[in-house]
Write a protein that binds this ligand. Structure first.
Ligand code: NAP
Length: 264
């Protein structure tokens, strides 16, 4: 019970990996703040995990607009007195070629997947610095390690997380703050259904490669392990994550392999 009574803020808690993380932290008796847009789904997750209003809090908001991030953090402090772990998990993907994707869609992908984690992290940081401890988790992707068909802006946002949070880690680790960057490969969630097309409308199709992918529960278990081991970065998924190793060691071979993949 390493996380008993730890105060954990999870974005994207209404579905997929975020929901699985709520389940895992609930079993650890953590105090959990559940955030996403769909309040009814957050309440479902709260109820299914037998969380109460004493040990959890529903804090709905849209990651598109984090101008009130400081107020959100204040609400958590008011209720629980601190924030030990922030999990920047909420986000969405893309299924459209760069040439057809409207600039507004690209900006939105950057806003939710990159600027929102930055804003929330900046909002909790003063409290973590005061406590001289805290863990920031950032949900990147293998798309944060290399570009892929139909993912130009999503991949750009995930790459940006690495640049920002690797710098952030260097600047804050001596002050007690740990930063974990998680790079999932294919995880069986609604990510491809919720991905957006060129004009920002939902793609609404399940990728074939996601049907038999790793479960969100297994992904959450690996994230917990990485947290307990104080890892800086972790790759999670099936054989697709080997592509990162291939790119690092054999970039030419990687170039050939990646071009042969199905664009979905
Ligand atoms: N599944 C994969 O294969 C995979 C691979 C690599 C990385 N990831 C990353 O893992 C994270 C979780 O994705 P998932 O696979 O669990 O997908 P998911 O099932 O679609 O869940 C996405 C979560 O993010 C929330 N969200 C999306 N847009 C939001 C917004 N504008 N404001 C607030 N919340 C928002 C959704 O809640 P509401 O709709 O209720 O707002 C939902 O809870 C994402 O950052 C994704 O990029 C996933």
């Amino acid at each position: 019970m390493m996380f008993a009574n730890k105060i954990v803020w999870i974005t994207g808690a209404s579905s997929g990996i975020g929901e699985a993380l709520v389940k895992t932290f609930a079993k650890e008796n953590a105090k959990i703040i559940l955030s996403a847009r769909k309040t009814a789904e957050l309440e479902r997750v709260q109820k299914e995990n037998k969380l109460t209003d004493e040990n959890s809090m529903i804090l709905p908001f849209d990651l598109e607009n984090t101008s009130n991030a400081n107020e959100l953090a204040e609400q958590i402090i008011k209720k629980f007195g601190g924030i030990d772990i922030l999990i920047n998990n909420g986000g969405f993907s893309q299924r459209s070629e760069a040439s057809e994707t409207e600039l507004a869609t690209s900006r939105n992908l950057m806003e939710v997947n990159f600027f929102a984690p930055v804003a929330l992290t900046k909002a909790v940081l003063p409290y973590m610095l005061k406590q001289q401890s805290g863990q920031v988790v950032v949900m990147s992707s293998i798309a944060g390690k290399f570009g892929f068909y139909l993912r130009s802006s999503y991949s750009a946002a995930k790459h940006a997380l690495h640049g920002y949070f690797e710098s952030f880690r260097l600047e804050t680790e001596k002050k007690g703050i740990k930063t974990l960057i998680v790079c999932p490969g294919k995880i069986k969630t609604e990510i491809s259904l919720n991905a957006v097309g060129p004009k920002g409308k939902a793609h609404n199709k399940m990728d074939e490669s996601h049907v038999n992918a790793m479960s969100a529960d297994d992904c959450a278990a690996e994230i917990m392990q990485a947290l307990t081991q104080n890892k800086e970065e972790v790759l999670i998924g099936g054989k697709e994550i080997k592509a990162v190793w291939l790119k690092n060691h054999f970039p030419k071979r990687f170039g050939k392999v990646i071009r042969k993949q199905k664009p979905e």
